[in-house]
Design a binder for this molecule. Structure first.
Ligand SMILES: *[C@@H]1O[C@H](CO)[C@@H](O)[C@H](O)[C@H]1NC(C)=O
Ligand SMILES: *[C@@H]1O[C@H](CO)[C@@H](O)[C@H](O)[C@H]1NC(C)=O
Ligand SMILES: *[C@@H]1O[C@H](CO)[C@@H](O)[C@H](O)[C@H]1NC(C)=O
Length: 520
């Protein structure tokens, strides 16, 4: 009690500086004419979510178990001992949540389909009609409100059946399962869904699932962690290889069977970090480039150019799987857009020519390019409650510009950007000036990239609601709306009001494509 009073006093003290806090680095803001929006007509402004973090209803209407159900149900895996069994009950409360979206005035919503709701046993069982019906109702409800669905096929969750049968992403068999699932989604929902994402952050899924082992299926070895099984030096690359080929198979199906008639587009979403060389030495500059190769280009290069980055070949040699001639040909230009999840930046230091203390990026399998938040004791951006999140808006500008240049200015969407906070008194959480400051500065930096020619077509704030934050359970809040986990009541934060105004200031009326509401 006393502690919370002290905390409260501290935050009230901090808030009295809120005018000071809302200021972005001057180096990146490039103000346009007063009252003109830098964003193109039809720009998508939305909020983002994912099935496991939002839906709950983990056994409702014939859903099968997925890898995250299994993982969270094992004691010790989630820091507060929680799981996504109920989450924020979005599965049942979506109509209420749509009202919140309408109130903010978004024209788009990014969500993911739970694979195990559609195919409880993958391709080894039947389509679950009730799961299909749920998403049909949800998609129709969005469109009736003028909100465009932006749909991810898999946001970390896969049917446990596929893990149990053949080891999930480690087996080439998964390519067949993913293609089968994608085909079903295009068939049932593609008449109304015009934006498809195959994978959310496959780089994070394989690094944490197979290197550090702190996400399912919890594989790791050696210095990387204490797991029952795994091989941190090899498995991340095998899983990534199967994901890249699964993506390619799904895009092939979409392009040959559906795209002409349905007129949608298909992409992938990568987690991105802006890597700033810690010094101007050519070694550190090359290390920053290696860090991008081993984190993001790892996936995007094969999907667009048909081969892994040269830096990966050089360092990994034969432990990097190879694409056949046939795969290489098929893989080129396998994206209509790039989805970018952008939160933060790190300094990068070379570990080939100089000696490093162990840390992230230090090992061969990570490219000998260590990540660090500080340079000579100064943080790259203002630290937050989260040990990986530093406020560095310039990273948004740099990241978008890097992707624009490397990938020929392919259309881009900022599919996630947001600010997380640990538990505090509710009044403090509701007056989230730090989140407003963060979003405002990151959007400014994005606007500058757009003015300089980056083809960015949308921005999705992570997230509409506080929700289940993976390993952190319910201890970290990213929502524009606060959720009281005892009652599941949603309460508007200052950031929701701010975002509403921002959208109103930056949009012209969007001409909606006419959709038919015929259900299959
Ligand atoms: C996943 O959970 C189910 C149900 O509790 C259990 O039968 C199965 O053995 C679990 N699988 C793994 C690999 O833990
Ligand atoms: C690198 O050089 C630029 C241009 O001279 C300078 O602005 C920047 O501060 C330097 N960076 C570091 C880390 O020394
Ligand atoms: C929206 O525009 C009004 C009028 O120019 C301005 O006062 C307000 O600060 C803007 N708000 C946001 C969030 O952009």
């Amino acid at each position: 009690m006393e502690l919370s009073l002290v905390l409260q006093a501290f935050f009230v003290f901090l808030m009295s500086f809120q005018v000071l806090l809302v200021s972005c680095s001057q180096t990146i803001t490039m103000k346009g004419e007063l009252g003109t929006s830098p964003f193109p007509r039809n720009f998508l402004f939305g909020t983002a979510s994912s099935s496991y973090q939002f839906e709950g209803a983990f056994l409702a209407d014939g859903k099968g178990l997925n890898n995250w159900d299994n993982f969270t149900h094992k004691p010790g895996n989630i820091i507060d001992g929680s799981n996504g069994d109920v989450a924020v009950d979005h599965y049942h409360r979506y109509l209420e949540d749509l009202e919140l979206m309408e109130d903010i005035g978004v024209n788009s919503y990014r969500f993911s389909i739970s694979w195990a709701r559609i195919l409880p046993k993958g391709r080894f069982g039947a389509v679950n009609r009730a799961g299909v019906d749920h998403y049909n109702k949800f998609i129709d409800a969005l469109l009736h409100r003028g909100i465009i669905p932006f749909v991810t096929l898999t946001h970390y969750d896969i049917p446990q059946e596929l893990e149990d049968r053949y080891g999930g992403w480690l087996s080439p068999q998964v390519q067949k399962d993913f293609a089968y699932y994608a085909d079903i989604c295009f068939e049932y929902f593609g008449d109304r869904v015009k934006f498809w994402v195959t994978f959310n952050e496959p780089n994070v899924a394989v690094i944490r699932g197979y290197r550090s082992g702190d996400y399912p299926p919890a594989h790791c070895s050696g210095l990387f962690g204490n797991c029952k099984e795994g091989d941190s030096e090899r498995e991340p690359f095998i899983a990534a290889h199967n994901i890249i080929l699964s993506h390619s198979a799904a895009v092939g199906i979409y392009r040959t069977k559906y795209q002409k008639e349905q007129e949608g587009s298909i992409g992938i979403v990568m987690n991105t970090m802006w890597y700033e060389p810690i010094s101007n030495s050519s070694e550190d500059k090359r290390a920053a480039e290696r860090a991008q190769a081993f984190f993001m280009n790892w996936f995007l290069d094969p999907i667009l150019f048909g081969k892994y980055p040269a830096e990966m070949h050089e360092i990994l040699g034969s432990s990097l799987p190879e694409f056949s001639k046939y795969d290489q040909e098929k893989l080129k230009n396998r994206l209509d857009f790039i989805g970018i999840n952008q939160y933060t930046s790190f300094y990068v230091k070379d570990c080939i020519f100089s000696i490093c203390e162990p840390g992230i990026g230090y090992s061969k399998t990570e490219g000998y390019a260590i990540w660090t938040a500080q340079n000579k004791g100064v943080f790259i951006g203002e630290p937050t409650d989260l040990d990986w999140l530093y406020v560095h808006p310039q990273g948004m500008y740099e990241m978008v510009t890097y992707i624009k240049e490397r990938y020929n200015n392919l259309p881009m969407y900022i599919t996630e950007n947001g600010f997380g906070e640990k538990e505090k008194p509710t009044e403090i959480l509701l007056n989230d000036v730090w989140r407003v400051n963060y979003m405002s500065c990151y959007l400014d930096a994005l606007a500058t990239a757009v003015r300089k020619g980056a083809d960015v077509r949308g921005y999705f704030a992570w997230s509409l609601l506080d929700n289940f934050e993976w390993k952190d359970g319910y201890t970290v809040r990213f929502g524009l709306y606060h959720v009281d986990y005892a009652t599941l009541k949603r309460n508007r934060k200052t950031s929701a009001t701010w975002y509403k105004q921002y959208i109103a200031n930056h949009t012209r009326p969007v001409k909606l494509v006419k959709y038919s509401f015929t259900k299959k």
